[in-house]
Design a protein around this ligand. Sequence first.
Ligand code: SAM
Ligand code: SF4
Length: 321
Amino acid sequence: MLVDSYDRVVDYLRVSVTERCNFRCTYCMPEKPFSWVPKENLLTFEELFEFMKVAIDEGVKKIRITGGEPLLREGLDKFIKMIYDYEPSIDLAMTTNAYLLKGVAQKLKDAGLKRINVSIDTLIPSIAKDIAGKDVLKNVLAGVEEALAVGLKVKANMVPMKGVNASEIMDILEYCKKRNISVRFIEYMENAYAAKEIQGLKSPELLEILKQKYQFSDDGFDGSSPSHYYTMKDGYRFGIIEPYEDDFCKKCNRIRLTAEGNLIPCLYFDEALSIAESIKKGDIKAAALVLKEVVRTKPEKNRWGGEDGEVSSRAFYETGG
Ligand code: SAM
Ligand code: SF4
């Protein structure tokens, strides 16, 4: 079992299989980065899998594939199948923008994928274009419908932004509710790469808007999920992710692996240790030691909302959010 210095059990690994993306979301990657990680520096799926085995053997129970946009990487179904065949009980999930999902959802499910989280920030084509930098909405929604049709469990992520998509909070909730998709509203997290003008909505503002139309109870937190959950009278549940709250990191159970093999203890900070060399050499013991050291050095909490006005210099498209 992996336990950090604050007695938190770490059993969740998020794996970014590429930092590249076909979208340019204003809150994540408004500009193409000056340079991408060269392809030869990326770990192959076989190498990533070698590390997945180490992590699973050390106690990881949930793996989420993310990016950049994970569906840009060829052979993803084979990677999913490798993990599934090694440990079928792993909670195997993926976060995607869904643009390329139609046509591959069945293949991913057959390979062992259980759940997906899709970013749905708007239901208006022109706003989707403003947020993602191109005309994406039709493909995204087609991807969602197909994922549901093949029986993948689907959750939605929305980052509400003032003057952009905040007026659609209720429409997105309704869209999701109709399809029994649980939506999570994510407070915009400031970072050095995002567009400067973005103003996110904080949890109290979101709740104020939702209360105008709905009645719901406050369920608090569920296990180690980062979502603060609320349940409506008819049983529909939605969540708010509140990284600016003081107790947000109290139950954090996750670490992150980048596509080039950097293992990151916290989404906010730059600190990381590489497992690339040990995995490439086939030195499993060394990789396990790096894993334990990264868990040991997990910071107590992030610094979003800190008084010094510092901004995270970690790119979401590198860590996978
Ligand atoms: N491309 C995939 C997608 O968009 O779902 C996966 C990677 S993306 C980095 C993962 C999640 O991070 C998405 O739900 C996205 O909304 C969220 N995200 C990215 N930048 C963010 C920011 N500045 N604040 C809050 N959430 C952010
Ligand atoms: Fe790409 Fe996801 Fe970042 Fe948007 S949030 S730019 S889809 S990685």
